[in-house]
Write a protein that binds this ligand. Structure first.
Ligand code: FUB
Length: 324
């Protein structure tokens, strides 16, 4: 009898210790991916300023019967944990850029000496095709003012391709020596050095050869390496190249992310925040009406291999953990 009691107690103790070592369930306040569900959001760009992440997205506003982009504004969100995002501003394309015909396509923000420069894709009123403009602000959420009163890049400045939408998707990068560069393009990947003012080109427009380059170039640096990630083929995957100089040569490294669910575009931003690396992208995963023209921003982890190459992204519906 004593033996049965002893085994029973040991069994209960074993079950209790096993239960204690089970992982705890995720916090119900972690909403997972997509990170914003009350609006359709696309083409993420992100910066970290004063320990807060600012997320800049295009607002996909296409009605359900429309099978193309309808984007009249950009939205700005902020977060201090990568999970809970608060909408901080909505910026109308035509109100901000008087020379623009509309189309708040992909954009990117960078900070220099206390000013924030927002490079945007829009359609030009007078020069046929897409164009790149720059807005400037004293804070990461605005108010934004057209820095030039005209476009920085127009379609007639790049004539090696006949398409009118090759001047899209600007990404901007400031190197360790303070020199700033603008990369952009569709079909051809362009880049140019910017002047100190950030709103004028210093160099001629050059081109980079990348396998199956579609659009959405994005530059970031980690350690000694520069990374140029971009949308590859169509429907788009994300591929990347590496270099030890911002001027190249760029060495193609392969696919970083597969086609994102239910969206034929796949536009990325990469940031480091509080010791972790994040891959921010969009998919079309909001049920019922989500898709290629009603997209949603998602966030998953990015991991580096010891030699600096990137591990393939594991897209998830759980998303990332809230940063403590
Ligand atoms: O959102 C409009 C366009 O779709 C962007 O400029 C491209 O990067 C693609 O995501």
């Amino acid at each position: 009898m004593k033996r049965i009691l002893l085994f029973g107690l040991l069994g209960l103790h074993y079950m209790a210790t096993q239960a204690q070592s089970l992982p705890q369930p995720k916090s119900p306040i972690n909403p997972g991916n997509p990170v914003i569900t009350e609006k359709y959001t696309a083409d993420p760009a992100a910066i970290v300023h004063d320990d807060i992440v600012y997320l800049y997205v295009g607002h996909d506003q296409a009605p359900i019967e429309k099978n193309f982009y309808e984007m009249h504004q950009w939205l700005i969100y902020s977060s201090s944990d990568m999970v809970n995002w608060e909408e901080r501003a909505a910026v109308d394309v035509k109100e901000t850029f008087s020379w623009a015909a509309g189309d708040a396509w992909a954009a990117e923000v960078i900070e220099k000496e206390g000013k924030f420069y927002w490079f945007v894709t829009v359609s030009h009123k007078d020069v046929h095709g897409k164009a790149i403009g720059v807005a400037v602000a004293d804070s990461p959420i605005g108010p934004w003012k057209d820095a030039l009163g005209h476009a920085l890049i127009t379609n007639d400045m790049t004539t090696d391709t006949k398409i009118s939408w090759d001047d899209i998707d600007p990404t901007v990068f400031i190197d360790d020596d303070g020199a700033a560069y603008l990369f952009w393009g569709n079909t051809i990947c362009y880049y140019a050095k910017l002047k100190d003012s950030m709103v004028e080109l210093e160099s001629e427009i050059k081109q980079i050869e990348l396998p199956h380059f579609t659009e959405a170039p994005y530059i970031h640096k980690k350690g000694d390496f520069y990374y140029l990630s971009y949308a590859y083929k169509f429907p788009e995957k994300t591929a990347y190249a590496m270099s030890s100089s911002i001027e190249g040569p760029w060495q193609y490294q392969g696919i970083l992310n597969e086609v994102a669910g239910n969206s034929n575009t796949n536009h990325q931003a990469i940031i480091e925040y509080k010791g972790k690396d994040y891959f921010i992208y969009h998919n079309g995963s909001i049920p019922t009406h989500g898709g290629s023209f009603r997209r949603s921003v998602c966030i998953d982890y990015l991991y580096y291999n010891p030699n600096g190459t990137l591990k393939k992204i594991i897209m998830s519906s759980e998303g990332v953990e809230a940063v403590k």
